[in-house]
Each structure stands twice: as structure tokens, then as C-alpha cells.
Write a protein that binds this ligand. Structure first.
Ligand code: SF4
Length: 525
């Protein structure tokens, strides 16, 4: 048997490192240390239930496991096969206890292509990744494909960027590949500053090799010999596991000079960010890597052509790169068989807010918001009614209850005035004030604006002032017109996407919850 213990950041905060020690000493006490394996894995996604333990081969799931429970788990489950009832998942509606990973609704309705390996791999051990087929896509690329055939495969898969814009990765790769300058770069964006979103952190912490493998495949296709990973310094475990993965990949000849004797050279460097939300914007991120202040620049010439040190540079986020080995191994047709017409594959969402089951969920593009919230999320807490869901991070929009049957994909959400964005899904119940929600997000963006251009710097400040006035019962109907006018100017005149998309939470709440603004103004509360 093997006892796996989630050692992602969420479970660590709940004591999973001590729990591993407790299991080890209990096994030693019982003389079972050579018969039972203990594995420290990456994040399973169900962080609120930590520490999460899965026992193989049976697939028994235990939640909220503490060091004090180790003796019982060994004594009962490992030695006699008896279940420890108190650690099992209890269905919030029926109270029924569920034993197996695949029966628990939070996991049952997901399709975990990118996240699935997290629960099996010790991220500090490259051999775990290799045993699960890791680096086979890189081998296939180097020895059985050409740069052109890789570009064609990724283009045919229609993999769209998972970091916000949804731009087709294949087209971006092609632009950098075709640029005349022979020195090119590939980059990973692990800046992830949206409140509540942590899917890139979980991948980088739990399965860093899949990102490195995707990046190396991209470098081969594009013609880059050097790659950079921009990672938030506030993600210490992701940084630690990334450095360990880099070291091991180099030792195994999977990165560096003449990879596996193929003649392809590729080195990767890490840049630890300093915590600015705006540094996730492509030109700001590249400026920061160059050692300057991470501010966006006008993109008359795209970074795919003139980016890092003015060289053609292809930037994708962690989740996008993590999809690449799967596309190469299983083919573009397999990838295209998942999702909707315009949005292929799966997407990882951070499901948070007033929902019973919070955490990371990976679903096929096109799954409805209602299914995510009610089937996977288990509905709302305390039997409350749902009012809205905010998608796409702080620059996303708020979608009302009557539109929950909308499929989640790039095009459907943008028609509703929102976006997939980085994948934040914040659930709000009937008691949530939507004006206050708009003010929270606008205030966040005002704090994070770099201040370089006036429409964003001053526009956001004005929006915050007006929204504060309205929530304090001091607003007027003229304020409503000013909010809309100012939002229109910002969408047109701001330099980067932070400012251009900042009014989204405001505009969607004005569109779908206008009566709440009017109530504040008329009833003066
Ligand atoms: Fe900076 Fe905002 Fe202008 Fe972007 S839109 S450059 S964040 S001031």
C-alpha cells in the first residue's frame, strides 16, 4: 500500500508536513516501514478539506486528517482494511459517507487532465513524473517531429492561452517562430495575482516538470535556446519545487546542452517577481525580467515580435504550457474532442465564495456554471440562494443567477460582459451587495494600477470615490451616468488591459443589478 499526503500550500498550512512525520513514526513503531510507502504529493485541489490523504491501491480518501489520526489510519485501514469513519467525506445534503476518490462529487464531475498527476507525484522527485509518462512528449518531439509539425499540431489543437486573453497559442508561437531575429525567447507567466486564483501555483508546486516539458517543446518548435520562468516570490513552495525540478531535469539531460543527444540546446532561468499585479501583463513582465520597473509599454509591436531585450518572445502562462505535453502525446484531435467549438480542452477554475465545496476544479470547456456550482461545488452554504457568480478575476464580470446555464468558454462569457480570465469563480449568495462587490474590485485595481497612464490612474480613483459615495447613501442618479461615461473612456484610452478591462465588474453589476444601485441612491443606505 501507499499512503499519499497532500503537501501543497493549503494542506501544509493545516499541518500536513507534521502528519507525514506522524505516519512515518507510526509505521516504524508497528514495524511496517518497509511494507508501506509514504508519498508527499502536490495539491489535490480540495484545499478546504486538508490535510487530504489518499490510500492506494484502494483509492480511499480521508479529509481533515491530523497527526493524531495517523495511528488510527495505520492500525485500522492499513492493517485490517477497516475505515476510519470520522475522516470520510460526508455529503452535505444527505450526510452519506463516501469512501472513494472517484465517488466524491467534487472529483467525480471533473476532468483532471492537467491537475490529475498532482495527487500521484512527489514534485521533488523527477522519477515519479517519468514513471507516469513524463518527458515522453519531449522525446517524441525531439526524435520524431520537426519544429514545423509541432507548430501545426498546437495550432490544430486550438489551445488558447489560459492566462486571461484566450489568444490561440499556436498563432502566437508561429509569430515568434517566423520573426526574423534568430535569437528568440520562451517565457512562463507564473505571476497570478488575482484574488482567490491559485491554479498556476498548484501546478508549479505540484507538478513543475510538466511546465518545464511544455516549455522545452515550445522552445524546440519556436527556435528558442533560452527560457525564463517569472514566478511570484510570494509562492515560496512553487519557487522551491521549481528550482528542484530544474536541477533534476538538468541532471537527467532533459534540459541544457544537447538534450538527450538530440543536438537541441535549451536552458531555463528563473526570475522571482516582486509582487506587482500589473507585472503579469506581457510587456511589464518582460521589462521586470530585464531588471527595470515592471510597467506596461504601448504594444505597437507585439512582444511576440519584439519582447524581452527587444527579441521575439513567446509568453504563455503555467496552465497553457502544462497542456502542451498532453497535446503532443495524445494528438490535436484528442484535444479538440474536448470542449466547445471555439474553446477546446479543459480549464481549471478556483471555485471560492459562498459555496459548500471550495477549491480547484478542472472541467471541459463548455461545462455550465450551474453544474460547476451545484454538482462539483455542492450548492451554497447554509441553504442560501445564489445571486451571482463573478468570473475571470478582478477584471471579470458578475453573472446573475438566471444566466447560470451559460457554458463556460471564452466566447460565451465574453458575450455576457465577463471573461474566463485566469479562472476565478467567486460565488455570491442572496445577502451579497453587488455595489459593494463592484467597489471592492475597482478598489483592488486602483491599488494595483501602475499609474503610468492618466485614464487608468485617475479614472479608477474617480470610480472608487463614486462607488464609495453610493454605498454610503450619498450618491445621486447623475453618478450612474458618470460611472458609465468614465468606464467607456477607460476601455478606449487606457494603455494596457488592466485599465481597459477594469470597468467590467462595474458595468456588469450596472447591467444586471441596476436596481441595487438605485436602491442605495433612493433609500440613502
Ligand atoms: Fe498602468 Fe493602468 Fe496604464 Fe496599465 S492602464 S499602464 S496599469 S496606469
Amino acid at each position: 500500500p501507499c499512503i499519499t499526503v497532500c503537501c501543497g500550500t493549503g494542506c501544509r498550512a493545516l499541518g500536513s508536513v507534521k502528519l507525514v512525520d506522524a505516519f512515518r513514526s507510526e509505521l516504524a513503531k508497528q514495524g511496517l516501514e518497509n511494507q508501506v510507502d509514504i508519498k508527499e504529493t502536490g495539491c489535490h485541489g480540495f484545499c478546504e478539506k486538508g490535510s487530504v490523504v489518499v490510500i492506494y491501491p484502494q483509492n480511499i480518501c480521508y479529509f481533515h486528517v491530523k497527526s493524531e489520526d495517523a495511528a488510527d489510519v495505520i492500525e485500522k485501514t492499513i492493517k485490517t482494511g477497516e475505515l476510519v469513519e470520522r475522516l470520510l467525506y460526508a455529503d452535505p445534503a444527505t450526510g452519506e459517507k463516501l469512501v472513494y476518490h472517484h465517488d466524491i462529487p467534487f472529483y467525480k464531475y471533473q476532468k483532471r487532465i492537467v491537475l490529475g498527476d498532482n495527487e500521484h507525484i512527489n514534485p521533488q522527485n523527477i522519477e515519479d513524473y517519468i514513471q507516469r509518462g513524463g518527458y515522453s512528449a519531449l522525446v517524441k518531439t525531439l526524435f520524431h517531429m520537426t519544429p514545423e509539425s509541432v507548430l501545426e499540431e498546437v495550432d490544430k489543437a486550438n489551445l488558447r492561452g489560459r492566462g486571461g486573453g484566450g489568444f490561440p497559442a499556436g498563432k502566437k508561437w508561429r509569430t515568434t517562430h517566423d520573426a526574423a531575429d534568430p535569437v528568440k525567447y520562451v517565457l512562463v507567466n507564473c505571476d497570478e495575482g488575482d484574488p482567490g486564483a491559485f491554479m498556476d501555483r498548484s501546478i508549479m508546486e505540484g507538478n513543475p516538470h510538466c511546465v518545464l516539458e511544455g516549455l522545452a517543446i515550445g522552445a524546440f518548435a519556436i527556435g528558442a535556446k533560452e527560457g525564463y520562468i517569472y514566478v511570484r516570490a510570494e509562492y515560496p513552495l512553487a519557487v522551491e519545487n521549481l528550482y528542484a525540478a530544474l536541477r533534476q531535469a538538468e541532471e537527467y539531460g532533459l534540459l541544457g546542452k544537447n538534450i538527450l543527444g538530440s543536438g537541441f540546446d535549451f536552458v531555463v532561468k528563473v526570475h522571482e517577481g516582486a509582487g506587482a499585479f500589473v507585472s503579469g501583463e506581457s510587456s511589464a513582465l518582460m521589462t521586470a525580467i530585464e531588471g527595470r520597473v515592471g510597467e506596461p509599454r504601448p504594444k505597437y509591436i507585439r512582444t511576440a515580435i519584439k519582447g524581452l531585450w527587444d527579441k521575439p518572445s513567446n509568453l504563455n502562462n503555467v496552465e497553457t504550457w502544462a497542456n502542451v505535453p498532453h497535446i503532443i502525446n495524445k494528438g490535436a484531435d484528442w484535444f479538440r474532442s474536448i470542449g466547445t467549438e471555439g474553446s477546446k480542452g479543459t480549464k481549471i477554475f478556483a471555485l471560492v465564495g459562498k459555496v459548500n465545496n471550495t477549491g480547484l476544479v478542472e472541467v471541459p470547456m463548455g461545462t455550465t456554471l450551474r453544474d460547476i456550482i451545484f454538482k462539483i461545488g455542492g450548492g451554497l452554504r447554509d441553504g442560501k440562494k445564489i445571486k451571482a457568480v463573478q468570473t475571470g478575476g478582478p477584471s471579470g464580470g458578475c453573472i446573475p443567477e438566471n444566466l447560470l446555464d451559460s457554458p463556460v468558454d471564452y466566447d460565451a462569457l465574453s458575450k455576457l460582459g465577463s471573461m474566463v480570465g485566469s479562472g476565478g469563480l467567486i460565488i455570491m449568495d442572496e445577502e451579497t451587495c453587488m455595489v459593494d462587490i463592484a467597489r471592492y474590485f475597482i478598489n483592488f485595481l486602483s491599488d494595483e494600477s501602475c499609474g503610468k497612464c492618466l485614464p487608468c490612474r485617475e479614472g479608477l480613483r474617480q470610480l472608487v470615490d463614486i462607488l464609495t459615495r453610493i454605498t454610503e447613501g450619498k450618491g445621486t442618479m447623475v453618478d450612474m451616468d458618470t460611472l458609465e461615461d468614465l468606464s467607456g473612456v477607460m476601455s478606449e484610452a487606457c494603455l494596457c488591459a488592466l485599465g481597459q478591462q477594469a470597468p467590467n465588474p462595474l458595468l456588469t453589476t450596472l447591467k444586471y443589478f441596476r436596481h441595487e444601485y438605485i436602491d442605495h441612491i433612493k433609500n440613502k443606505h
